[in-house]
Design a binder for this molecule. Structure first.
Ligand code: FE2
Length: 228
């Protein structure tokens, strides 16, 4: 968070695509809130596989909906629209978009009336070429891709989950992952392998109809995972 504040002093919003907690505890979300500090109000949150929607709602007032129902966000940054969708499946590493989430996304895209739009979700929506991580990606990417194909105003899709930086496409829309704020994984591997890259985050700059994005890493803080 300190490095993010050095990079951009006054961001319009902070998008947290998960995982927000590993242990899925209220204490974990309270800790996250402490780190966000006075940026808490501008945080847009969606859960990853290692999250608990009800506990997340308990700590963050801005998360809409009730208890364990899917989470979403819609934020206008004129002329842009930012949409967050929930791919969490309780107890599973893989992701899925529920009928409810897809319906809400469809309605939000219609509401956007062709304004340039970015979509955020936790799981990677198409394969990234790493066998073990592709086995826990978004399982029902097809209806999502069909929706994107009908909405050319969607200029980019952003995800977390894979713990490394990847740039790909889904339905001809570019998608970008963010590095993990903790440990990194090797970009291509048969099984889970740590990478020694430092933690980082992604910056998105909204321009007139286009966006620019870059990855910032904490180069002074190499993160060396220990075997245990
Ligand atoms: Fe994840």
């Amino acid at each position: 968070m300190q490095r993010a504040r050095e990079e951009i002093s006054d961001p319009a919003c902070i998008v947290l695509t998960g995982d927000l907690s590993h242990e899925e505890t209220v204490a974990g979300y309270e800790l996250l809130k402490t780190h966000l500090g006075d940026w808490t109000d501008r945080a847009l949150l969606i859960p990853g596989n290692h999250d608990d929607r009800a506990k997340l709602r308990q700590v963050f007032d801005q998360v809409p909906g009730e208890l364990a129902e899917p989470i979403w966000f819609r934020r206008e940054c004129a002329p842009w629209v930012l949409l967050g969708i929930d791919s969490h499946v309780p107890g599973q590493g893989y992701g899925e978009l529920s009928d409810q989430s897809l319906e809400r996304l469809s309605q939000d895209l219609a509401k956007g009336a062709n304004r340039p739009t970015l979509i955020f979700l936790h799981h990677h929506p198409s394969p990234v070429g790493s066998r073990w991580v592709d086995a826990i990606g978004l399982r029902n990417a097809e209806p999502f891709a069909k929706l994107l194909a009908r909405h050319p105003e969607v200029r980019g899709v952003f995800c977390g989950h894979i713990h490394h930086v990847f740039e790909g496409t889904i339905a001809d829309v570019p998608f970008h992952s963010a590095p993990s704020a903790a440990i990194q994984f090797l970009p291509v591997s048969e099984t889970m392998q740590f990478d020694l890259q430092p933690p980082g985050f992604r910056v998105i700059e909204l321009l007139d109809g286009k966006f620019a994005t870059r990855v910032v890493r904490l180069d002074h803080l190499p993160f060396t995972p220990r075997d245990e």
